[in-house]
Design a protein around this ligand. Sequence first.
Ligand SMILES: Nc1nc2c(ncn2[C@@H]2O[C@H](COP(=O)(O)OP(=O)(O)OP(=O)(O)O)[C@@H](O)[C@H]2O)c(=O)[nH]1
Ligand SMILES: [Mg+2]
Length: 322
Amino acid sequence: MFIDRAKIYIKAGNGGKGCESFYHKRGMRYRRRDGGHGGHGGNVIMRTDANVHTLLDFRYRQHFKGESGKHGSSNLKRGSDGEDRIILVPPGTIIRDYQNGLLVRDLSKENEQVIVAKGGAGGNGNQGGRPATEGSPGQEKIISLELKLIADVGLIGYPNAGKSSFVNTVSESKSKVAQFPFTTIRPVLGVVKSSQLHERFVVADIPGIIKDAHKGKGLGLEFLRHIERTKLLLFLIDMSGTDGRQPVEDYLNLLNEIESYDRQLMKRPRVLVANKMDLPVSKDNLLDFKAQIKEGIYPSSCVSGEGIEKITDVLYKKLSKE
Ligand SMILES: Nc1nc2c(ncn2[C@@H]2O[C@H](COP(=O)(O)OP(=O)(O)OP(=O)(O)O)[C@@H](O)[C@H]2O)c(=O)[nH]1
Ligand SMILES: [Mg+2]
């Protein structure tokens, strides 16, 4: 559904020239061939790195070159090899040859790497008896990168707000639900089939966020990277105010945490959901919330199923507009 693409030009380093050299000193009957070999050219390598989230950087930089090998020299001196050029890409990047569209590699794991252009071999020096040769050229290619993004909707909420319950209710996913905070410790995706529209989209359930998560409280904000590329953020607010918390405060704290992680996330369209509306205390809290926060909010209950269908349709409609 959402694909990030880039096109880049790569050129591996050329092999260094072999050296044509003869050593001779008075009294020697024959000259000795002492030309060293050229160094190999550096490869261009693509490697996945978990700290890279998008292909955005390639909009500003499209040319990457491996270093060429140094030429050989006399006295059997071999030229040094050129350094490899390493390009960091996000895990999940698919690499294709731009000209023929053939798959080079699907880099799905962290720290996985592939040589996308091989450096040229160094030329031979004349030391072996044959005339010296040129180094071979490094491979040159245009490649296309493609990153499939993991989710359409990212769920944001305090621990125990019911994020996993929500994902399980709207999809066939089975994210672990429990009464204690930080039940979800890694992101879980759920595929939601919109009831009327026969369409699907993907929701990402991530661990709960608490105040000062950006200072490392709770599980921190590290998991936000999984929802960085989503089109929509769904803020799930626990309207029952579990553990004596205030829903309004929860929402403001969540916004604050998101902002300290990445200001851009604040511009992302968001949908607010008031969860746990089956509990009596939630009704008053919702009125209070609406009085203070002038954004639309959709009531829901993962227990009674109230509001769920409406919310999936709202999400779907918003996504199709993006
Ligand atoms: N009454 C009521 N309880 C709910 C509702 N949704 C979730 N719960 C309960 O709230 C508790 C926490 O639910 P989870 O879905 O695990 O919450 P979470 O937001 O995923 O929590 P973490 O993974 O810890 O961040 C569970 O005991 C759920 O049964 C709801 O709409 N109404
Ligand atoms: Mg959870």
